[in-house]
Ligand binder design. Structure first.
Ligand code: NAP
Length: 311
């Protein structure tokens, strides 16, 4: 069993920032990631709001910079799937596909995954025109007719990205205004390649069995149900936090892990940072800040356990 001071599960912006701060505090710090470092940011084509990076940068590039910086200070990145997290007195035992780790602190940075819309045809046409990632699948639908669903930052930013690939993007949202940040929503409204249909929902996604070719829509204002042709449907209707590794940790009504401002969860020694925790604003910068706070407070907790707290 490998011993560490701070184990970080997930290497998105929260995990990568936590790793840097853990390593800078001279703690043996390991991130465990099953895919690639960068998290959801990996799927973002252009990031323009990360403070201090005053140029447009891809999520991949920014993630690489986070990773290089964390590793430069001595943090370790292990590629493995975490299978369980169990508390054993003052330590956590973390079982992974690449072996077991023990550490007094764990920082959960597992983020959130896309929520499905839950309409007929969505599951059947997943990968055949239904997608949850514009940068991954958008290029397959260059100059095609694309429907985007959702009213938050994701739907609006991804609609703007897709409008670079085709001039036939339709964005529908169930309410009469967007949830997205005003600046992003304004840009959508100004984009001549995006047709916005508010107060609309999807009834079903249909096709020929191999690919999407039409969507049945409902106008909530008039209750009219009608069919429109689309080649692709991009769904951005919110996120589901990834908390299954810590079923005992306290969650809010939406399933996000409840933390203090020190990123402490209801389980001593377990911290949560980034999109997995209850926070009013989910951005790369807020995830990174969460990660820094979590690592700092985890390091203080280790001192407390050792009776060396600096007061
Ligand atoms: P979100 O903010 O939760 O928005 C989800 C949207 O989907 C809402 O407008 C919601 O409608 C709609 N929706 C939910 N269920 C639906 C259903 N069954 N049918 C139709 N519409 C449905 O999720 P998000 O846009 O993925 O963003 C997640 C977090 O990441 C947010 O904190 C966001 O700020 C952040 N983010 C930031 C950026 C950026 O800063 N550039 C980019 C992407 C994401 P209602 O409004 O009616 O609830």
């Amino acid at each position: 069993m490998e011993e560490r001071d701070i184990l970080i599960i997930g290497a998105g912006p929260a995990g990568l920032a936590a790793a840097q701060y853990g390593a800078r505090a001279a703690r043996r710090t390991t991130m465990i990631e099953e895919l690639a470092p960068g998290g959801q940011a990996l799927t973002i084509d252009s990031i323009e709001n990360y403070p201090g990076v005053n140029k447009t940068i891809s999520g991949y590039e920014l993630g690489m910079q986070f990773q290089d910086q964390a590793e430069r200070f001595g943090a370790e990145l292990v590629y493995a799937t975490v299978q369980s997290v169990d508390k054993d007195e003052d330590n956590f035992v973390v079982k992974t596909t690449e072996g077991e780790y023990v550490a007094p602190t764990v920082i959960l940075c597992t983020g959130a995954k896309h929520r499905p819309l839950g309409v007929p045809g969505e599951e059947e046409y997943k990968g055949k025109g239904v997608s949850y990632c514009a940068t991954c699948d958008g290029p397959f639908f260059r100059n095609k007719k694309i429907l985007v669903i959702g009213g938050g930052d994701s739907a609006c930013t991804e609609a703007l990205y897709l409008a670079k690939l085709t001039d036939k993007v339709t964005l529908i949202h169930r309410r009469d205004r967007f949830r997205a940040q005003q600046e992003i929503a304004d840009r959508v409204m100004r984009d001549p390649k995006i047709t916005v249909k508010l107060q609309h929902t999807v009834e079903s996604i249909e096709g020929d069995g191999d690919k999407v070719d039409r969507v049945v829509l409902r106008n909530l204002g008039t209750d009219e149900v009608y069919t429109e042709e689309f080649d692709a449907v991009f769904v951005f209707v919110g996120m589901i936090p990834q908390t299954s590794l810590v079923p005992e940790a306290k969650k809010d009504d939406a399933g996000y892990i409840v933390t203090t401002c020190r990123m402490e969860t209801s389980i001593p020694g377990l911290y949560a940072a980034g999109d997995v925790r209850d926070t009013p604003f989910r951005q790369i910068v807020t995830a990174a800040a969460d990660g820094a706070v979590a690592a700092h407070c985890a390091s203080e907790y280790i001192d407390e356990l050792a009776g060396r707290a600096y007061r």
